[in-house]
Write a protein that binds this ligand. Structure first.
Ligand code: ADP
Ligand code: MG
Length: 323
């Protein structure tokens, strides 16, 4: 099977969409954004053995490659539309390709994204790069830099699950429902595209959690030029996480574990109840986990104690502050 046969068989689906003038098959795709809209571009590369275990199911690799990009698009408050795929394969295994494209299109179809081009190469290692383009009305994109003193900090879902799942996957631990639930969170991230679209006008700043809540929130606060406090007691932990891990380990996963692709965002207190209602309407868990203040830095608090968090774990300070 040569390169062109491979593209035809697994990736070239006829798309009859108003917003695609030319898709796969020419030197470039010609796309038609809604009149007056702005373009949001994101890209993410997944390297086998670095971003996912080498033996991860092909369908999960395809799904993840799209989902991680959708998560960036969500964090910008943008509507996803078109993607391109750069695929470096060690060999052209039909069974693998068929599963990979099935998983990839499953994620793409779910969010109305069309594959409009790509590049296929042979190399010594499996590398999957997806580039995704979304659109947004002028000035409506949510950025990392809009948080202000007095805003509240929110997070969707139950961060930490994916990192816990990856650890369980790597250690071939005993099968059980809780284990499978956590591993499922790693295999199939659930990008918060729909929710982000609904709350875009209420959020002052947003970031998606790919490297851990603590580090990513820190990035957003820094970009906004503000400080923040995280209440560890308010961190939403899944029942699966609580059943399988002690509280300290669970909080470590929630703060430092990557691969969640949940949304962390800020908003003024006046819109909190509207945000909560919106999340409830689509059955999404959303939690208030902290507050923005003036200054710089991110402090964790637990039961009135200030906690010094580092990526190798978190520990209690002796100092006690007012709760
Ligand atoms: P070129 O040589 O002009 O870069 P290619 O021969 O590499 O074009 O690709 C032919 C067509 O197939 C192009 O439209 C390209 O966008 C598309 N394509 C190549 N690889 C993929 C892929 N993995 N998925 C989707 N489309 C692809
Ligand atoms: Mg060309």
């Amino acid at each position: 099977m040569d390169e062109f046969e491979l593209i035809r068989r697994y990736f070239d689906r006829q798309q009859d969409s108003q917003d695609i003038r030319i898709g796969i098959g020419d030197d470039g795709a010609v796309l038609v954004p809604p009149v007056g809209s702005e373009i949001v571009n994101v890209i993410d590369t997944l390297v086998s053995g670095v971003h996912f275990p080498c033996d991860l199911d092909a369908a999960d690799i395809g799904y993840r490659a799209v989902a991680v990009n959708l998560s960036d698009i969500a964090a910008m408050g943008s509507r996803p539309r078109w993607m391109t795929l750069a695929l470096t394969l060690v060999d052209a295994d039909p069974a693998w390709l068929s599963e990979f494209s099935r998983g990839m299109f499953e994620a793409a179809d779910q969010f109305g994204v069309a594959l409009v081009g790509g590049d296929t190469t042979q190399g010594s290692q499996l590398v999957v790069t997806v580039q995704l383009t979304g659109t947004v009305m002028p000035g409506a994109a949510i950025t990392r830099s809009g948080a202000v003193d007095g805003d509240l900090i929110f997070v969707t879902g139950t961060p930490g699950d994916a990192a816990a799942g990856l650890q369980l996957l790597k250690h071939h631990s005993v099968q059980c429902d809780d284990r499978n639930a956590l591993i499922g969170r790693f295999r199939r991230p659930d990008p918060r595209v729909v929710f982000a679209g609904l709350i875009a006008s209420m959020a002052s700043a947003a970031i998606d959690i790919s490297d851990g809540l603590y580090g990513d929130l820190q990035k957003m606060l820094k970009a906004s030029g503000v400080a923040g406090t995280l209440e560890l007691a308010a961190l939403p932990l899944s029942s699966a996480m609580q059943n399988l891990f002690e509280r300290d380990a669970a909080i470590d996963f929630a703060l430092g574990g990557g691969d969640d692709y949940e949304l962390c965002f800020t908003a003024e207190p006046a819109v909190e109840s509207q945000l909560m209602e919106t999340a409830a309407t689509i059955g999404l868990r959303m939690s208030r986990v902290g507050q923005v203040s003036s200054g710089a830095g991110l402090v964790c608090r637990d039961g009135g104690h200030v906690i010094a968090y580092q990526h190798d774990g978190y520990r209690h300070f002796e100092e006690t502050v007012g709760a």
